[in-house]
Ligand binder design. Structure first.
Ligand code: PAF
Length: 282
């Protein structure tokens, strides 16, 4: 398993693999890998001859008051996770390698990004689409792997690939959870012991929503109100949003009469965590 820092090194290695007729999977990450990332790497390893993991905390997708500086980083730990799960190469560029002086081209999307995290994090998806496009151009993978925890990101990337005729298969992989239900996230490391306990409130709200839907509830207002009550009962939690949206458009719906995504973002202290479920998975 190699760690490389430059675009040229990635391209040279991928070219050699292509000459041997090998297929290539890409797992884009911001590092500090956990079991969720491990499941993406393992899926890519199963479905491709070679797997590249990008490990880059992308400044462009962070807002001015967000956690770019404090975002956790540990390349040695990441290398061990990639190795263990069958990855073949880590691309670990510097910000200067990705965004050279004078960089001025962006990939923006005018649909899907106005709701949910796009509302709370202006410019976030522009940064995600730009860096993911660059990674796709650098690695030119057959398949790329993303977690369903970032459900809106997955929808945005699928849409971008379709709009821009990128010849890459996008694979969405299930959310991986801790034993108590908290979705794995690099940001969980920010939580104090007390906050970590409180953070299970997201999973409890998800369960409340799925229970109601299993019981036949179709009124999104009722489902959201009941889920909000679960969050509000936890003193360390503050909901950023809880919304039910059409899977295809990411626009809010009032009645569950089609495939929908229920997504929530909740502050636990200063840490913003997300979770979700798709009605088709209930
Ligand atoms: O999901 C993430 O970790 C990031 O948004 C991604 C896709 C690696 C782009 O920086």
């Amino acid at each position: 398993m190699r760690i490389v820092n430059t675009v040229d090194e990635v391209r040279n290695q991928v070219r050699r693999w292509r000459e041997q007729g090998l297929t290539v999977g890409l797992v884009p990450t911001m590092g500090y890998l956990h079991e969720g990332h491990a499941s993406l790497i393992a899926a890519s390893h199963r479905e491709n001859d070679r797997t590249v993991v990008s490990d880059f905390v992308n400044p462009m997708q962070f807002g001015p008051s967000e956690d770019l500086e404090s975002y956790p980083r540990d390349i040695e730990h990441d290398a061990a996770v990639v190795e263990k799960n069958g990855g073949d190469m880590i691309f670990h560029p510097t910000p200067e390698e990705m965004y050279h002086k004078g960089f001025s081209s962006f990939v923006d999307m005018t649909v899907l990004t106005e709701e949910l995290c796009g509302l709370s994090r202006p410019g976030h998806f522009r940064g995600v689409c730009t860096v993911v496009s660059k990674l796709f151009n650098i690695v030119k993978p057959d398949r790329a792997y993303f977690g369903k925890k970032d459900a809106q990101q997955l929808a945005v990337i699928r849409h971008m690939v379709d709009d821009l005729n990128m010849d890459i298969e996008i694979k969405g992989c299930p959310i991986v959870r801790e034993a108590d239900g908290l979705a794995k996230s690099s940001r969980n490391t920010y939580l104090s012991t007390e906050e970590r306990k409180a953070a299970t409130v997201l999973w409890r709200a998800v369960n409340k929503g799925t229970e109601l839907i299993r019981g036949g509830e179709k009124d999104c207002g009722v489902i959201i109100r009941e889920m909000s009550a679960v969050i509000d009962a936890e003193p360390l939690a503050r909901a950023d949003y809880i919304k039910i949206v059409d899977c295809a458009t990411m626009q809010q719906i009032e009645t569950l009469d089609r495939d929908a995504l229920c997504a929530l973002a909740v502050y636990i202290g200063k840490t913003r965590l997300i979770d979700n479920f798709f009605t088709e998975d209930i």
